[in-house]
Design a protein around this ligand. Structure first.
Ligand SMILES: [Zn+2]
Length: 461
């Protein structure tokens, strides 16, 4: 697909695709045009990336759009396109090829649309900018400028988490763990997020994750979200806009003041998700009552400081502390490549899972099949539900050794909690070694084939 892009005829297709892509988000466009755009997107990895980027921003905007806004949005995008076309012609033709045009245009659209929603906040809160138009305008200009000014950044953070668990995991009782984010605002963007037990690298096309303690490697396309809550920090030029745009009135508060060239923004939020069962409560920033304190540079609107507190009643715990953020620092390009040892298996998360045995059943039944299979050492039976652990259909010796011949003692009723897309199944097993393990198996079937897959609560440690 990459080769196609370099052929003369295909360049126009990509250009046209990116220009017309906006029509996919409009209901009043003829389906023939939409079809031909989709057809191109399906065949072109480059345009696919643009499309996912557009989807992300559009999905952020959509719920709050006014009835006539799609038209307005489109007009703004079209005007911006014309403007850019004129600009581009005066530049080096190489610049045109690498310009992240659509991304920038959607940013513009996002900010223009935001001018409509920012009004109620301004009216209700005397601390927020006065002069909506001026504020929106300045956000618009500065955010665009910021994306052009910033070529790279290095962020150092401390997060209360476990060094070798998911990036979004937090907990009031965990120790502070050092994190470093490296980002190159090139086209495509490249970045690296690391803590002692886990590293994720995006080389622009794919993301690679290394889980250090179990020496496992994972791969996914760049638009997958492997770093979870840290995603926002990769785009420090959008935080100020996103926080205001995503502001929810129920139980949340937002205050902003500008002093001495700095913008102080404080947002308090209630835990988001289903907490009928509170298993996941306070395990991630989104799934906890929290307060986020930001400081931005008022000229560039770039992030300078950040502290996030977990709020449990009257008790507050600092869970994220930004230690330093350095823009336009020089970064060794080798940091954007993950060294995968030769012969090392790398699990591809984009592969559509197959496994009829684990489809059209309850999560509890899937757990039962898994444990009975491990009990009988029927490795090929259990392999499909474990593809996030072992992707080639062959379980590792360690896993066979630990779980083979176990005894299933008890399975509880499945429950949902927080923002987890799947279900949790409580279990109690006795390993061959005699050790009793009690935990909640995390299973999800939100994949095209509806296959139950285990992605937590089952550990080789
Ligand atoms: Zn294309």
């Amino acid at each position: 697909m990459d080769i196609e892009k370099h052929q003369g005829g295909k360049i126009m297709d990509c250009e046209k695709c990116k220009q017309e892509m906006v029509n996919l988000f409009d209901t009043n466009v003829d389906s023939m045009l939409q079809e031909s755009i989709l057809k191109h997107i399906n065949q072109c990895s480059d345009c696919q990336k643009e499309y996912h980027n557009a989807l992300e921003i559009i999905s952020m905007l959509k719920p709050k759009l006014q009835p006539n806004a799609p038209f307005l949005l489109k007009q703004n995008i079209m005007n911006q396109l014309k403007m850019e076309d004129t600009e581009m012609k005066t530049q080096d033709p190489k610049v045109k090829k690498i310009s992240p045009r659509f991304k920038k245009i959607l940013m513009v659209a996002a900010i223009v649309t935001m001018a409509m929603v920012i009004i109620p906040i301004v009216n209700n809160n005397p601390n927020v900018f006065n002069g909506t138009a001026r504020a929106a305008n300045s956000l618009f200009e500065n955010s665009i400028r910021a994306t052009q000014l910033v070529k790279s950044m290095i962020v150092k953070l401390k997060v209360r988490t476990l060094a070798n668990d998911n990036f979004s995991l937090i907990g009031a009782n965990y120790e502070m763990v050092n994190h470093t984010i490296y980002k190159s605002f090139s086209n495509p963007d490249k970045w690296r997020v690391e803590k002692p037990g886990r590293v994720i690298v995006c080389d622009g096309e794919n993301q690679f994750m290394h889980i250090v303690n179990v020496q496992e490697f994972y791969k996914a396309p760049s638009y997958h979200n492997m770093i979870e809550d840290f995603k926002g920090l990769l785009e420090p030029e959008k935080i100020l806009i996103k926080e205001q745009y995503n502001f929810k009135k129920d139980g949340s508060t937002l205050s902003m003041k500008v002093t001495d060239g700095l913008v102080y923004l404080t947002v308090t939020d209630k835990a988001q998700g289903d907490f009928t069962n509170d298993y996941m409560l306070n395990t991630s920033i989104g799934e906890s009552d929290n307060r986020r304190e930001y400081v931005f540079d008022n000229d560039t609107k770039l992030l300078k400081e950040l502290k996030i507190y977990l709020v449990e009643g009257k008790k507050e715990t600092l869970i994220v502390s930004l230690e330093s953020i350095e823009y336009n620092a020089s970064i060794d390009p080798s940091l954007f490549v993950l060294d995968i040892p030769k012969g090392q298996e790398c699990i591809d998360l984009a592969v559509v899972p197959k496994g009829e045995v684990f489809t059209n059943i309850t999560s509890k039944k899937a757990a039962e099949i898994l444990f009975n299979g491990l009990s009988k050492k029927d490795w090929s039976l259990v392999a499909p539900v474990l593809i996030h652990y072992e992707s080639d259909g062959e379980l590792s010796g360690d896993m066979k050794e630990k779980f083979g011949g176990l005894t299933l003692l008890q399975l509880g009723e499945p429950f949902k909690s927080g923002q987890y897309a799947g279900e949790f199944v409580p279990y109690e097993i006795r390993l061959k070694s005699g050790k009793i393990v009690r935990h909640n198996l995390a299973l999800r079937n939100d994949n095209p084939n509806g296959v139950w897959l285990i992605d937590g609560g089952f550990s080789m440690d």
